[in-house]
Design a binder for this molecule. Structure first.
Ligand SMILES: [Zn+2]
Length: 49
C-alpha cells in the first residue's frame, strides 16, 4: 500500500513530505534522520496516495 507521509521534527520543527509504503503493519519511508540529527522525536502522519 502506497502512502504519503508527512514527518514533522519535534526538535526543530522541520517538515518532510515523503512517499512511502506500509507493509505488514510497518511503515517504510527510507527516512533516517532530520537535518538537526534528531532520529527519534517525530510526529508522523500518513495518508493513502
Ligand atoms: Zn529537526
Amino acid at each position: 500500500m502506497r502512502v504519503k507521509v508527512t514527518i514533522t521534527c519535534k526538535n526543530c520543527g522541520e517538515r518532510f513530505v515523503l512517499r512511502g509504503r506500509r507493509e505488514r503493519g510497518k511503515l517504510e519511508t527510507g527516512f533516517k534522520q532530520c537535518l538537526c540529527n534528531n532520529t527519534k522525536l517525530f510526529e508522523i502522519e500518513e495518508e493513502p496516495v
